[in-house]
Design a protein around this ligand. Structure first.
Ligand SMILES: C[S@@+](CC[C@H](N)C(=O)[O-])C[C@H]1O[C@@H](n2cnc3c(N)ncnc32)[C@H](O)[C@@H]1O
Length: 235
């Protein structure tokens, strides 16, 4: 399998990767926040629990199989980062631990300039959470010699640059900040982004001298990400 951005499912993509061949999986799949039947709050048509097409995807049982695949493809020293809503993370963590993973840390993205959607409700939703999982309990070999340790919160502005197209883009700078602590620069490490969306891990992989495998089901997103990131190997 050649590195690149693939217009295929996470399940098909990961299925093609060899056992213990991957250093980092940056997983930002559907959050399952959209209710089966969209409903309106207080008659205001803007306030809805339907979060858009990106949020609709595999069920938690398929997610379990996905995490087992993550375990298969990750190297012994590899890292799995899973972003999700705080409501879903406990269930995801339980599935990951059953699959053999160890929880290292919860990571939090603190957003500067988070857009107030319901200003009159008082508390702006300005954080997103992830869990960092590994196949081993050991600590030290995940850090590079000379790299200072960091807090488990990362302060970055949401993406606002021209060209933004995906409803839930993660900033490249946020992913870079996390990933630079998990791989050795220019060591040919392998990065997988199984729900690529706008493919923010592609430039991160390029900066760190890593191989990139991205999987995204929606061909529209694949086309836009290709143009935006200057991706030449679209498969
Ligand atoms: C939360 S978004 C990812 C956003 C991405 N992190 C970014 O910064 O642009 C989830 C993405 O997963 C895609 N998706 C949903 N189910 C999928 C599947 N089974 N395989 C691959 N992609 C899938 C959706 O089309 C959506 O673009």
């Amino acid at each position: 399998m050649r590195p690149g951005l693939y217009n295929i499912s996470n399940e098909d993509g990961c299925g093609m990767l060899e056992d213990e061949s991957v250093d980092v999986i940056m997983k930002d799949g559907p959050y399952f926040l959209t209710k089966a039947e969209e409903y309106r709050v207080g008659g205001d048509s803007q306030k809805t629990t339907a979060f858009g097409e990106w949020d609709i995807g595999s069920s938690p049982s398929i997610m379990r199989l996905g995490i087992q695949e993550d375990y298969r493809i990750l190297k012994q020293t590899g890292s799995l980062i899973i972003w999700s809503s705080w409501q879903m993370l406990p269930e995801i963590l339980a599935i990951a631990e059953e699959s053999g993973f160890f929880l290292k840390r919860k990571l939090t993205w603190c957003k500067t300039k988070a857009s107030p959607m319901f200003a009159n409700m008082g508390f702006v939703h300005a954080t997103e959470d992830a869990i960092w999982l590994t196949k081993n309990k050991a600590w030290t070999h995940y850090y590079h010699k000379g790299m200072e340790s960091s807090n488990n919160y990362f302060i970055h502005a949401p993406v606002s640059e021209p060209g933004r197209f995906h409803p839930c883009e993660k900033p490249v700078s946020l992913y870079y900040d996390i990933t630079k602590r998990l791989v050795k620069r220019n060591a040919g490490s392998v990065i997988v982004e199984p729900y690529a969306g706008s493919a923010p891990m592609y430039p991160v992989a390029q900066s760190l001298g890593c191989e990139y495998y991205g999987f995204e089901l929606n061909s529209h997103y694949v086309n836009l990400a290709t143009k935006r990131r200057g991706i030449s190997n679209v498969l």
